[in-house]
Design a protein around this ligand. Structure first.
Ligand SMILES: [Zn+2]
Length: 229
């Protein structure tokens, strides 16, 4: 059926989400030159990400794949994934991340992958949770099981950006509830999210898991080190 996709490419050319150029046959979402130029986070900068959680919740390790910078054309990838009904972009980005992190043993001793839950109201409005797709992409590469029925977001919090570190943390405390303690207790969980900004929401979820007797590591597609954008 390859001729069909070749033909579709001619009739409906697909465009790179970052630069807008027409994609070649084997390219998905972004063209090769944009892929090469991706604002990736290197090992040294990764320490900065782990530091976000210091003094809030004890985590085993944390990583993000790329920077989310104000005005960057690469943000279109994340916007499309999150708001524009293209969660499969999250799946594909996640498989790239997982392949790289496999080489560094990032996934060693991790038992389960849990996508950060959206509130029911938000999920209904959007129609999907993009983090589910990110989790599936990681699972595809690592063969680690994904679990989506063990923790819920019971309170939808308000915006965080105008609050200081302490206020932000208070604002999200207790917004997640573990609903299936026996499934996760004693396990090392990889908690996944799309963009890490203040870290308060994901830290709150991690804290609920730690209180339920889990070890927690964190992986996100992107990291924004501009807290007030
Ligand atoms: Zn491009």
């Amino acid at each position: 059926m390859k001729w069909i996709s070749d033909l579709l490419d001619i009739i409906f050319p697909r465009h790179c989400l970052v630069c807008g150029d027409i994609l070649a046959k084997d390219e998905k979402d972004i063209c090769l030159s944009c892929l090469v130029g991706m604002p990736l986070i290197d090992n040294e900068q990764r320490n900065e990400i782990e530091k976000i959680f210091w003094g809030i919740v004890e985590i085993e390790r944390a990583a993000s794949y790329m920077y989310y910078r104000k005005g960057s054309p690469y943000n279109k990838l994340l916007h499309s994934m999150k708001y524009d009904n293209h969660p499969e972009i999250g799946y594909r980005l996640a498989t790239n991340i997982a392949k790289e992190l496999m080489e560094e043993n990032f996934f060693s001793e991790i038992d389960l992958i849990i996508p950060l839950p959206l509130s029911n109201k938000k999920k209904k409005r959007r129609g999907y949770n993009q983090c589910d797709y990110i989790a599936k992409g990681i699972s595809q590469v690592t063969n680690i099981e994904v679990l989506t029925d063990s923790i819920e977001r019971t309170i939808a919090n308000e915006t965080q950006t105008h609050k200081n570190r302490q206020e932000r943390w208070k604002n999200v405390e207790g917004i997640f509830t573990v609903t299936n303690v026996e499934k996760i207790t004693g396990k090392h969980i990889l908690l996944v999210d799309d963009i890490l900004t203040t870290g308060a929401t994901i830290a709150s979820c991690a804290k609920s898991m730690v209180e339920a007797g889990c070890k927690v590591s964190i992986l996100t597609i992107a990291y924004s080190n501009n807290k007030f954008q």
